[in-house]
Design a protein around this ligand. Structure first.
Ligand code: SF4
Length: 693
């Protein structure tokens, strides 16, 4: 029996990264919340039950290889040799890009960093991207264009509590990150969401645009702000550029036209602008509902335009931010597991960035591959003549979470070699040729970066069960078998973090002044945090960005010239409804983790389709029956849940469930031209009873 022990760490799930204390006693591990600023002693149901993840009954304990069609337990040497020899053969026969790597937004900073280095140096492949592409990439693209720098919230979460008004566009924190709601007790909320969500229930004003029309609404709100005289002309003149071109578009979006396209009444549009404009302190926040569209970047830009016109970003107590979703969705996009980026949030096509990172990695600059395919394009290319023939998956479950999931499952099946590193047998792991059992949150040290850009320590409470190993050890073992020097792939998280600091130095996301030692003293360090601060002292980190100017060279924010376009796929006689997807309180992402926690699964155990009673009646459906929801790409079987609050033209499905309950069997992989975000949030569907009554 291991010794009792307590560590301070953070929840394994979402980007709020609530502070927790883990205590191991004879009876098992317990989780208690700490008074960390974002959660202030609160946790959601997922956080409270997180210890159950540690001893889930089907926890992966041994490496496995597929023999005669079945996964069988083996030892690490055999598993790693099988992977390395398979990769080597494919690289020799087809070139370095025959191997792809798919990472995850839940990996620690250390894992994300080493995975990017492993892909580009040990494998020499350009084919690496991660599931965060499906999460925050539109907000990142729009934020970078507007402000010169993307950090989910460019201010601490606690600043939100001082606001008078907060506009939430496509975000439902009452279900996705409930402890955040305690920061919204003072502000009046304006919620933009087609559904009457738990967050919308608490709003002073709820606007319900048809799915896929948020950009028209954002343009219309900007129109009203300008025409009704709410715009901050002085701020626009001195702190921004590009307003005139933006206005040329927005002037065409008068309120009545916006009402026709979105369904949001003119009175509600005017009320929203009035509330935002009159507030002394106000924030505009976006979530996946606004971002997961083939025009997601433009939609976020539309809301940033509104915030800029009202003079909010870069002011103390006001601003724009994105509520990043995955646990390390922020850090995951900064350290090089994204197809187009190197550590420090640098562009992979920037020659000086390539020189700097090459030097830290000890390789010649010319040997680093260029940008690869984005997440969906990478998955879509698997097993094709031009695409990878092997894929290494770390911390992701694309068989459930990718759009057009039936097609992606077929592509995964077509590979010569699928390798999955995970701690549970996810749906993707069950398809693999080799499964590598790895550590999870309470079994490892490392760092995570929360939605407010604060770097946090994840601390190890106990050893992993069986033969599970850290992902860092897996990468080290594979790299050595591929002929790389072992010292290039350290296995100690602190050592990897120290190298990450050097690689990030001088980049946008500069971590060089952050160390385990400083974090362990409880220092609140938000990046950028260069090695030296003013006067040569330790840098205090940067909790609030843009107060003295935006990150563009002239210090000005940029308005974006955006215009509305319809969803990539519109309703028609065959598919007359719009399906949208999202989360429920008790589940997280693909559900690979939370479906294994008894209390969470008891609260939400199957996929449902939320539908207005009139729409259901027309389709011959009643509460509790099974329905088949069908799009051009596939069908999902879901339990009917009637909701008077639904729009009659829309149905909603949560995306956490496997098999023929996968909501992503329906979703449209049409991509945003800039962020490469798929159109998760709107697909044309029809609905019918599952079996004749
Ligand atoms: Fe964990 Fe997020 Fe819930 Fe906090 S809000 S307890 S970080 S899942």
């Amino acid at each position: 029996m291991p010794e009792p022990r307590t560590v301070a760490t953070h929840c394994p799930y979402c980007a709020l990264q609530c502070g927790t204390r883990l205590t191991r006693e004879r009876a098992g591990v317990t989780v208690t919340p700490t008074d960390f600023p974002v959660n202030r002693g609160g946790l959601c149901q997922k956080g409270w039950t997180a210890a159950s993840l540690l001893d889930t009954s089907d926890r992966l304990r041994h490496p496995m290889v597929r023999r005669d069609g079945k996964l069988v337990a083996t030892d690490w040497d055999t598993a790693l040799e099988t992977v390395a020899s398979g990769l080597q053969r494919l690289r020799t026969e087809h070139g370095a890009d025959a191997v792809g790597v798919f990472g995850g937004g839940g990996l620690t900073n250390e894992k994300a960093y080493l995975l990017g280095k492993f892909a580009r140096v040990a494998l020499g492949t350009s084919q690496i991207d991660y599931n965060g592409r499906f999460c925050m990439s539109s907000a990142a693209a729009a934020g970078t264009a507007a402000f010169g720098l993307d950090r989910g919230l460019p201010f601490p979460v606690t600043d939100l509590g001082g606001a008078n008004v907060v506009l939430l566009a496509g975000a439902n924190p009452a279900e996705t990150m409930p402890p955040l709601m305690q920061h919204f007790t003072r502000p009046d909320l304006i919620v933009i969401d087609p559904r009457r969500t738990a967050t919308a229930e608490r709003a002073a004003l709820h606007l319900r645009p048809a799915p896929g029309t948020d950009l028209a609404l954002a343009l219309g709100l900007l129109h009203i702000a300008v025409v009704d005289g709410w715009a901050d002309d002085d701020y626009i003149r001195h702190r921004t550029a590009g307003f005139d071109a933006t206005w040329q578009r927005a002037m065409m979006w008068w309120p009545e036209r916006v009402e026709r396209v979105t369904g949001v009444p003119v009175t509600a549009q005017r009320a929203a602008v009035r509330m935002l404009a009159r507030a002394e302190r106000a924030y505009v926040l976006t979530g996946r509902g606004a971002e997961q569209h083939s025009k997601g970047t433009d939609t976020v830009a539309g809301f940033i335009n509104l915030a800029l016109a009202l003079g909010r970003p870069g002011r103390d107590g006001s601003g724009y931010g994105c509520l990043t979703g995955q646990g390390n969705g922020q850090g995951g996009r900064e350290h090089g597991q994204k197809a187009d980026q190197l550590p420090g949030y640098r562009s992979i096509t920037d020659e000086s960035a390539r020189d700097h990172v090459s030097e830290v990695w000890g390789v010649l600059p010319g040997t680093l591959p260029g940008p690869g395919r984005s997440a969906y394009e990478l998955l879509d290319s698997l097993g094709t003549p031009d695409g990878p023939r092997a894929l290494l998956v770390f911390g992701s479950n694309p068989a459930v979470s990718a759009p057009h999931a039936g097609h992606i499952t077929a592509r995964l099946s077509s590979l010569d070699l699928l390798v999955v590193a995970d701690f549970v047998p996810s749906e993707t792991a069950r398809m693999a040729d080799v499964v590598l059992p790895v550590t999870q949150w309470a079994e490892e040290d490392g760092t995570m970066t929360s939605l407010e850009g604060r770097v946090l320590r994840r601390r190890r409470l106990q050893d992993p069960p069986g033969h599970a190993r850290s992902d860092l050890e897996v990468l080290h073992g594979l790299a050595r078998r591929l002929g790389e020097p072992g010292h290039r792939y350290p296995t100690a998280p602190r050592e990897v973090f120290d190298e990450l600091r050097r690689a990030s130095a001088g980049g946008k996301a500069d971590y060089s002044g952050i160390s385990y030692e400083r974090l362990d003293t409880g220092a609140a360090l938000h990046w950028p945090c260069p090695a030296a601060g003013p006067g040569g002292d330790e840098h205090p980190g940067t909790p609030r960005l843009f107060l003295d100017g935006f990150a563009h060279q002239d210090g000005k924010a940029r308005f974006a010239e955006v215009d509305y376009r319809d969803p990539a796929e519109d309703v028609c006689a065959e598919f007359p409804l719009r399906a949208t997807t999202g989360r429920v309180l008790a589940q997280y992402q693909s559900g690979a983790q939370t479906r294994r926690v008894h209390d969470l699964n008891a609260a939400a155990w199957e996929v449902f389709v939320e539908i207005h009673p009139d729409t259901a009646e027309r389709a011959g459906l009643a509460e509790g029956e099974l329905a088949v929801v069908t799009s051009q790409r596939g069908s999902t079987v879901a339990r009917v849940r009637l909701a008077e609050t639904m729009r009659t033209d829309t149905v909603f499905l949560p995306f956490h469930f496997p098999g023929d309950g996968r909501a992503n069997l329906l979703t449209n992989p049409e991509l945003d031209p800039r962020s490469r975000m798929p159109e998760f949030k709107v697909a044309a569907v029809r609905i019918a009873p599952h079996a004749p009554r």
